[in-house]
Design a binder for this molecule. Structure first.
Ligand SMILES: C[S@@+](CC[C@H](N)C(=O)[O-])C[C@H]1O[C@@H](n2cnc3c(N)ncnc32)[C@H](O)[C@@H]1O
Length: 257
């Protein structure tokens, strides 16, 4: 099974739907609205002049939002359709950015540049079979002293939705629609892997990155799961037996040698 080909086809298809969605609201983005959320804006702080690598950048809204804040950005994504859209937006808006269509692991084999910041967020890890290889990509891309930021959906929510929590070598293979409101029911086959929090943390530790920050959040900025309720001024929450479910987590790690 060529999981990269299967997932690439799914993300190429999803990209066409996402570009026209209210969820991504490209028109507002073009008019100057940032696609970044309070969590990552606070964690990364001032990015002015920093070289920032955005792994799994989708069609570039977050990447270009960092560019608007003065970062010197490179975005990498498996989907050629997503990278094509990112390049169109970049040209339309006259923003400086480099976009590369590639698999994360293959990018690691080819990349010779070093970055001040590596950033990746919201729905990225499940597409990767091996987190040690992912962590190596991060460590190899950072300069000494550089920092890594992950903001990801919390696996507890997946568990409550009936997905496995503990990792397994064999992937889940499913036919799924996408998460934007304009999904017309068209499904694509997707190949995914569950990753527990300990697996993520240990992968980063195993490549020598020093974890400086770990946080869990009860509110998600995105309305992309069933059963979420909106709380004004906070975002979306999920209650399980009356208690808040952790929906997002964030990790900051540093390369020290
Ligand atoms: C949920 S999206 C990322 C979300 C992003 N924060 C956003 O909303 O714009 C996941 C992205 O991972 C990309 N992806 C999946 N597998 C990949 C791989 N092996 N290498 C690089 N990118 C991959 C997909 O093409 C997709 O654009």
């Amino acid at each position: 099974m060529d999981y990269l080909e299967i997932n690439k086809e799914a993300w190429d298809k999803r990209t066409q739907v996402h570009v026209g969605s209210q969820f991504y609201d490209v028109e507002a983005f073009k008019a100057g609205k940032s696609s970044l959320n309070a969590i990552e804006l606070k964690l990364l702080g001032n990015v002015e002049g920093k070289k920032l690598l955005h792994l799994q950048c989708h069609f570039g809204l977050d990447t270009l939002s960092w560019a608007r804040l003065g970062a010197r950005v490179t975005g990498v994504d498996l989907s050629a359709a997503a990278i094509e859209q990112a390049n169109i937006l970049k040209s339309q808006l006259g923003l400086p950015a480099t976009f590369i269509a590639n698999d994360v692991y293959q990018f690691d084999n080819e990349n010779t540049e070093k970055f001040d910041i590596v950033f990746t967020s919201y729905g990225v890890l499940c597409w990767l079979p091996n987190l040690n290889k992912w962590a190596n990509t991060i460590a190899n891309s950072l300069r000494v002293g550089g920092e890594f930021h992950l903001v990801e959906f919390h696996p507890f929510n997946d568990l409550l939705s009936g997905y496995r929590y503990f990792p397994q070598i064999e992937p889940d293979i499913e036919d799924e629609g996408t998460y934007t409101e304009n999904c017309d029911g068209t499904k694509s086959t997707v190949v995914t892997w569950a990753h527990s929090l300990s697996e993520v943390i240990n992968a980063l530790i195993s490549v020598g990155l020093i974890i400086e920050f770990f946080n869990e959040y009860a509110f998600s900025p995105y309305d992309c799961f069933e059963g979420l309720e909106h709380v004004t001024g906070k975002g979306y929450q999920m209650l399980h037996k009356g208690q808040q479910v952790p929906l997002i987590y964030a990790i900051k790690a540093r390369k020290i040698a």
